[in-house]
Ligand binder design. Structure first.
Ligand code: PHE
Length: 521
């Protein structure tokens, strides 16, 4: 063909943009076949010299783009609407003040290193290679985040008389019953069409091991679910194994809908990590490298196309005046619910795509407890208790074990069926705390008395965010391509909504596409 790899990529970049270039690079092995995302696009030094890029938003995506582009000599400016870098990456500590549209909250936690709450991202799965790669490169220390804890509790108002049961019971017993049912079907020859005689024997052996069945292939409980009384394990002389939970109560509960297999979801699989001392260690590490490029309190008011590239008009709230910036390219990470209302020159399809993205009504509530009752009373170390009440979950800290106090997540709502996210959003902050404490009582009697202070974040109500993350599981294709010289990034421009990995990946894709276009011209 007489075309070099580079020519080929250039031509693709010129006509097809971000998604295509990136996928082609990946398909050609230029990004490494398996770990395509693991490394940033390494742009040749100086390759961006003389080119200006304006980046909208100093969240993880915007800062990633600025970091990579400026290394290659691009002249970058980040316009950030707030006074803070990090976007939804937000860790709160004692003394902080956080704002929503119509409220301000003072964080009244004690000032100790382990007493913080990650009000945005809080966990990083092992295969999120890009964000973990930056942690490694920047020396952000990590520790294991415990997502799945068999000692944590399951609660459903309609099952087991509203009493909590432990994860180990639910896991063990449901598995046992399912294995028993399947073994019965095999033994009644119901699966003869599917299984040969030899396979039948193997399946029965497998089910016995899998479910903890007795020699008759029945499930009669298992010591996997623990022992009765205070002591979970066998001790010096084995006590009585827990009676198996009632099967029909298990079926009545909502546990099996997703809570029970939550850690089976690819992005929730162990091992997961958290930065030591708070998720904002990542935002701070980026800020340390690109902070000089950020213009804070600069609110985008118009996004325009020009013959040379782009023109962004913004309100400079520090100087109380309007500003404008022209550049060859823009990378826009502004969340869709905010972006859709900014006057712009987007093509109608782009505007329609932006308007199609709905964000989750995510809410988190952090509580400081005077004592680590979850550890002391229940031997719960990290992990999640689940409930069908509005708070949905209680997270126990994966740090500060055996300290006196601790910060737990007293609510984490993302699913807005049937409206719990919105209900919490519409409450005042004190009402949110009271409601979350009352619901927590159903899981931990005496809960309210253990709690010293709390703080909430309803992302729908946060200026310049207007939501948690996209509900759609894949970005509209229009956002994977530039509109003129305007490229889109942020987790909303990926199939990883609600993950910092998506934010960083989208930045890499935009950077790669801009690079391809610049080298092609
Ligand atoms: N990443 C976030 C979390 O782990 C938000 C999220 C939840 C994203 C569920 C997708 C699915 O909670």
């Amino acid at each position: 063909m007489g075309m070099t790899k580079r020519d080929f990529l250039r031509s693709i970049g010129a006509v097809a943009g971000v998604g295509a270039t990136y996928h082609t690079m990946s398909a050609m092995g230029l990004l490494g076949p398996v770990m395509a995302q693991a490394t940033a696009p390494e742009l040749p030094l100086g390759s961006g010299y003389g080119k200006r890029v304006v980046i909208l938003g100093a969240g993880i995506s915007g800062m990633t783009a600025a970091y990579e582009l400026s290394k290659a000599g691009y002249q970058c400016t980040i316009l950030e609407a707030t006074g803070r870098a990090g976007g939804r990456n937000l860790t709160v500590r004692g003394g902080d003040v956080i704002r929503e549209v119509d409220n301000r909250q003072w964080v009244d936690f004690d000032q100790e290193d382990h007493l913080y709450a990650n009000m945005g991202p809080a966990r990083i799965p092992y295969h999120h290679r890009v964000i973990l790669g930056y942690c490694k490169e920047f020396g952000v220390e990590l520790e294991v985040f415990t997502n799945d804890n068999r000692g944590a509790l399951f609660h459903n108002a309609e099952a087991f008389g509203g009493k909590t049961v432990t994860g180990r019971q639910v896991m063990t017993d449901l598995r046992g019953y399912v294995a028993e049912l399947l073994a019965k079907a095999v033994n009644r020859n119901a699966l003869d069409e599917e299984l040969s005689g030899e396979d039948k024997e193997q399946v029965l052996a497998m089910l016995t091991a899998f479910g903890g069945l007795d020699p008759d292939h029945l499930y009669a409980g298992s010591n996997r679910s623990g022992y009765q009384g205070e002591q979970v394990h066998a001790g010096i002389a084995p006590g009585d194994v827990n009676d198996p939970l009632d099967f029909s109560e298990l079926l009545k509960s909502d546990f099996w809908q997703y809570k029970l297999h939550f850690s089976q979801f690819l992005n929730q699989n162990p091992t997961l990590f958290q930065p030591v001392g708070g998720m904002d260690a990542i935002a701070k590490a980026f800020r340390a490298r690109v902070g000089h490029l950020i213009q804070f309190q600069s609110v985008a008011e118009e996004i325009r196309k020009t013959s040379q590239g782009v023109r962004i008009v913004y309100e400079d709230q520090r100087r109380n005046q309007q500003g404008a910036i022209e550049a060859d390219f823009a990378i826009c990470t502004i969340p869709a619910p905010v972006l859709k209302d900014i006057p712009n020159d987007f093509a109608p399809e782009t505007q329609a795509a932006i308007e199609s993205i709905e964000f989750e009504h995510a809410v988190k509530i952090g509580f400081q407890a005077r004592r680590r009752f979850w550890e002391e009373d229940h031997a719960i170390y990290g992990g999640i208790s689940w409930t069908d009440q509005d708070i949905t979950q209680i997270w126990y800290p994966s740090n500060g074990y055996h300290q006196r106090k601790g910060v737990i997540m007293g609510a984490y709502i993302w699913d807005d069926q049937p409206g719990q996210g919105l209900r919490f959003t519409q409450m005042t902050p004190p009402e949110r705390l009271r409601t979350a404490m009352a619901e927590g009582e159903q899981i931990h009697p005496g809960y309210t008395d253990e709690i010293e202070s709390g703080v909430s974040r309803a992302w729908l109500n946060v200026p310049f965010q207007k939501g948690g993350w996209p509900r759609n599981y894949a970005a509209p294709p229009e956002l994977l391509e530039p509109d003129g010289a305007i490229y889109f990034a942020g987790d909303q421009a990926t199939a990883l909504p609600g993950w910092q990995e998506g934010a960083a990946l989208a930045a890499h894709a935009a950077v790669a596409a801009i690079h391809a276009r610049v080298t092609a011209s």
